[in-house]
Write a protein that binds this ligand. Structure first.
Ligand SMILES: Cc1cc2nc3c(=O)[nH]c(=O)nc-3n(C[C@H](O)[C@H](O)[C@H](O)COP(=O)(O)O)c2cc1C
Length: 191
């Protein structure tokens, strides 16, 4: 069983990565293989709405860049997909939405390739906009026919400067419980 956590932060070792790491550690302890997939420095173009992925016989995205196909393949191979984003002006980052728009559209065009995969979002804000971003990302899971377990709270944390998330013990506990629930569910449905 494999879990990936995609970080939409353009900052290396930032708060989003740190918070995601707490979840990945729990999944590892539960015997699940894990991988953090940071998007910083990755070349993923935004969807142009050309519908090439619906018209071509191989149903692949026609945009040419270095990293979309590699990360899309990681998503297809994973049983659990967590996505994390810092809040940028009340939204997920453009790095993450570029990936999710294209991955979601291609997947749906090929008969919902993410169907019944498990996962959910993790969001970090300095001060505000976290609920919008959390809702934005949950919506991606729901329209892609995926399964999102709950937690002790929404997986939302607060931090501005790098490392500040370490002071948000409630966010860490929420992400850890979320990961426990992901592992519990994954083990149940593969029995
Ligand atoms: C362009 C930009 C926009 C931001 N917009 C918001 C915002 O709307 N609300 C907020 O609380 N924090 C906002 N922030 C702060 C980040 O969400 C915060 O610093 C977060 O911890 C960054 O996560 P990271 O370390 O994983 O990159 C913004 C930061 C940047 C660079």
């Amino acid at each position: 069983m494999k879990a990936i956590a995609i970080s939409g932060s353009p900052r290396k070792n930032g708060n989003t990565e740190k918070l995601l790491d707490y979840g990945l550690k729990v999944l590892e302890k539960e015997g699940i293989e894990t991988e953090l997939v940071p998007l910083q420095g990755k070349d993923i173009k935004p969807c142009t709405g050309c519908l090439g992925c619906r018209k071509n016989s191989d149903k692949r995205c026609v945009l040419k860049d270095n990293d979309f196909e590699k990360i899309f393949r990681k998503m297809l191979n994973a049983d659990i997909i967590i996505v994390g984003s810092p809040v940028y002006f009340g939204s997920a980052t453009s790095q993450l939405t570029a990936l999710l728009d294209r991955a979601g559209y291609v997947s749906r065009g090929r008969g919902n390739l993410f169907s019944r995969k498990l996962g959910g979002p993790v969001v970090v804000a300095r001060r505000a906009g976290q609920n919008f971003t959390f809702a934005q990302l949950i919506s991606w899971y729901i329209i892609n026919d995926m399964i999102v377990p709950g937690s002790s709270y929404w997986s939302i944390g607060f931090g501005g400067a790098k490392g500040e998330i370490e002071e948000d013990s409630e966010a860490i506990a929420s992400v850890q419980r979320f990961a426990e629930n992901l592992a519990w569910l994954a083990h149940k449905i593969t029995k």
